[in-house]
Write a protein that binds this ligand. Structure first.
Ligand code: SF4
Length: 396
């Protein structure tokens, strides 16, 4: 909590409400319920139907091992595939229905830098580029617009060398976390690659001062439950309401399944964090997000919860529409307000949604660490949240 008085908080909230009266944006922001973009049949297909590998640029033994584990056809290519000219499901199948295996030439560990300083400079570990899930709001459609095929980097030896060097370097304790979930979902296809069960026990043995952060919408945790993780791996689940899941998070595990997986991982001694992000405004949002919080605390005691609202980059809409031409997000985008390079819900609506969710969380745990993802200081203040000693998803 800040020393911000209730009175000054009220004034701030009033100022924000005057800036964006709620009645102007409420209807326009509704998600179109019952408009699932793809049929259930399409959603039930396996996440990945083929493995691709680049000849001469991928360890052949490791490629064959992953191919045999996954039991999928393996196709060798001469060079990295680029953009396909398709639209809709064909485009998604061509990009996210396959998994490309290759060596990474760029560093595996890089520091994140938010363009306007709204986030800590955490470190990311890029074992995957892109993802095999099909969330309609995924910012990676824009990030990987020229190399859209989901990729797993398999020159683990280079990665391990970098981790050992990182562990020995003088980095403040709060930044000693390697985030595996910034450029992909690190557990989405782990049942095929078996990567998590190699890197998790590597840490206590070779990098005792560094932690790993797996951010996921998968529920595939069974392979990691019995590992010697030494308390150095954090499993963070991104959860949302059933409506958002059904409408927008295609091919992911259901929110219930993710919460049950979180409970299993917690029982196995992993630190569990949660993200409720992206929060989306629709007709029954209030009831649904409160029910989500109730469900969370029925099963799991997260160490931290980080929340954030739907905030697409300006250029994302074209990439969404080429894959999901009927996406409700395209309509929502038109009623968002511009803030720097992002579109966001008006401030008063953000405060209302965050406040509702925070209140529901605090009913269960008044002392829990709650953070807002990449949000303005004024919004933190309006919600009596303190940024000092920040404890959010991506920090130790
Ligand atoms: S799980 Fe994350 S990375 Fe994967 S599609 Fe959804 S938003 Fe993108």
């Amino acid at each position: 909590m800040t020393g911000f008085s209730e009175f000054s908080q009220e004034i701030l909230v009033m100022a924000i409400l005057q800036e964006c009266p709620p009645e102007e944006m409420e209807i326009a922001n509704w998600i179109q319920e019952k408009s699932v973009a793809y049929s259930q049949g399409e959603m039930q297909k396996p996440l990945v139907s083929e493995l691709w590998a680049i000849r001469g640029k991928a360890n052949e033994v490791r490629v064959k091992k992953i191919a045999s584990r996954s039991k999928l056809p393996l196709i060798w290519l001469d060079k990295s595939p680029g953009i396909n000219g398709e639209r809709g499901i064909d485009k998604l199948n061509g990009e996210r229905g396959v998994l490309l295996l290759r060596d990474r030439v760029s560093p595996f560990i890089e520091q994140f830098q938010h363009p306007i300083g709204r986030c800590a400079k955490f470190y990311k570990l890029t074992a995957y580029n892109n993802c095999n899930f099909w969330c309609e709001y995924c910012y990676l459609y824009l990030t990987f617009r020229t190399q859209p095929v989901s990729t797993h980097f398999i020159n683990y030896e280079k990665m391990y060398d970098e981790i050992i060097k990182f562990d020995k370097s003088k980095i403040p304790k709060t930044l000693r976390v390697l985030n595996l979930g910034e450029l992909g979902d690190p557990l989405a296809v782990d049942y095929m690659t078996g990567f998590a069960k190699q890197i998790i026990p590597f840490m206590p043995e070779h990098a005792p001062k560094t932690r790993l952060l797996f951010l996921t919408k998968s529920d595939c945790v069974d392979d990691i439950l019995h590992l010697d993780h030494g308390g150095q791996s954090i499993i963070s689940f991104s959860v949302n309401t059933d409506v958002v899941f059904q409408q927008l998070e295609h091919r992911t595990a259901s929110p219930d399944a993710r919460i049950i997986a979180a409970a299993k991982a917690q029982k196995a001694g992993y630190e569990i964090r949660l993200r409720i992000d992206p929060i989306i405004f629709y007709s029954t949002w209030e009831r649904d997000y409160v029910a989500l919080v109730d469900k969370i605390f029925e099963y799991v005691q997260p160490a931290r919860i980080t929340i954030g609202e739907y905030r697409p980059s300006n250029g994302l809409a074209n990439h969404i529409s080429s894959r999901f031409p009927d996406s409700p997000l395209l309509k929502i985008n038109r009623s968002l307000v511009k803030e720097g390079k992002k579109l966001r819900y008006p401030k008063n609506l953000r405060i209302k949604m965050f406040g509702t969710i925070i209140e529901a969380i605090k009913k269960y745990r008044s002392d829990i660490d709650i953070a807002l993802c990449k949000e303005q200081p004024a919004i933190w203040k309006a919600l009596c949240l303190d940024k000092k000693g920040l404890k959010c998803n991506c920090l130790s």
